[in-house]
Write a protein that binds this ligand. Structure first.
Ligand code: 8YV
Length: 323
């Protein structure tokens, strides 16, 4: 029987690509160029499975094409708001993702950003590199203490819980949680966390707020001007989830007018474009979507996609079935 034809839309770690090449009739993207909508539409007509990632816009206008050959979208990544699930299902496609294997690294990066903003790490490095440092002095570049403070976690899934574990057990932080469904008391207890009924209740109580809910329509602009206003004026916001969750215009205003203390961002609503107003804010630390970017996680994500692919083509229900 002919091997299924699969398209890996971006460059993946070598060890994973080698394994996929052994088992499938695979097309790779050696130059790692982002594919355009028309290329993705063509691919839907000729590949049995497409292995996309967050940079591939598989929205309704892309997926809504006649003559679809693709039966599986095996996403490389846990978030899949770049895929229009309803249209994909309507076109007969199954969707999988890669949870678990990136939770720890994404939580590590969340703490990296939180600490960098609180302790003004980027500002400090900019000062050194520009040769303007005049040596230590008692009031030089004072930041905010992290240990023992209150952290609000929005979205208490796998990554949110890993952040809570680090914050509570590593930094002695008190953890408050907002989650759309009730979280089991036993799960909250692991990090001595307390669930709040609304964002309105959570935001005013926090020194730090970290976002870990999914992207997509249900969370678009969840953190808007009104909710930013509810944050303490020295509080720090961290987003390693999806850019669409925060209204970037309102965020730039809050930073410029010092109505919040600082922000750490790993994700943006129109990646790779950054609103120019944000780039001018000194109390903002920006990273280029690095949450899962370790050799360990990125390989594990690839092998997890391969597992889903194998399940699917062996007629089993894939382990990470999303829809
Ligand atoms: C990306 C991510 O998939 O898992 C997610 O939802 O956003 C990331 O892990 C990764 O950057 C590869 O493009």
């Amino acid at each position: 029987m002919a091997k299924p034809r699969v398209l890996v839309t971006r460059k993946w770690p070598d060890r994973v690509e080698a394994e996929i090449a052994k088992q499938y009739d695979a097309t790779f993207n050696a130059s790692d160029r982002q594919l355009g909508v028309s290329e993705l539409r063509d691919a839907l007509g000729s590949y049995d499975a497409i292995l996309p990632t967050v940079s591939d816009r598989l929205l309704a206008e892309t997926l809504d094409t006649p003559r679809v050959q693709t039966k599986l979208l095996a996403n490389y990544g846990v978030g899949y708001s770049h895929i229009d699930v309803a249209t994909a299902r309507h076109q007969g496609m199954t969707i999988t993702n890669t949870p678990d294997v990136l939770s720890e690294c994404t939580a590590d990066l969340t703490m990296t950003l939180l600490l960098m903003v609180a302790r003004r790490a980027s500002e400090g490095e900019r000062e050194l590199r520009s040769g303007t440092w005049k040596g230590p002095s008692p009031i030089h570049m004072m930041g905010t203490k992290v240990s023992g403070k209150t952290l609000g976690i929005v979205g208490y899934g796998r990554i949110g819980r890993e952040v809570a574990r680090r914050a509570h057990h590593g930094f002695g932080m008190d953890v408050l949680v907002f989650n759309r469904s009730p979280v089991d008391q036993a799960v909250l207890k692991q990090n001595n966390a307390v669930q709040m009924n609304s964002l309105e209740e959570l935001l005013p109580q926090c020194d730090f707020v970290s976002l870990h809910c999914p992207g997509g329509a249900s969370t678009r602009n969840l953190i808007n001007a009104a909710r930013l206003d509810l944050m303490r004026e020295n509080a720090i916001l961290v987003n390693t989830a999806r850019g669409s969750i925060v209204n970037e215009t309102a965020l730039a205003q809050a930073l410029m007018f010092d109505t919040i203390g600082g922000v750490g961002l790993d994700v943006y609503s129109e990646e790779p474009c950054i609103p120019p107003a944000l780039a001018e804010c000194d109390n903002l630390v920006m990273l280029p979507h690095l949450g899962s970017a370790t050799h360990e996680s990125r390989e594990a994500m690839g092998f997890r996609v391969l597992e889903n692919l194998n399940d699917f083509f062996q007629g089993k229900s894939p382990r990470d079935l999303v829809a």
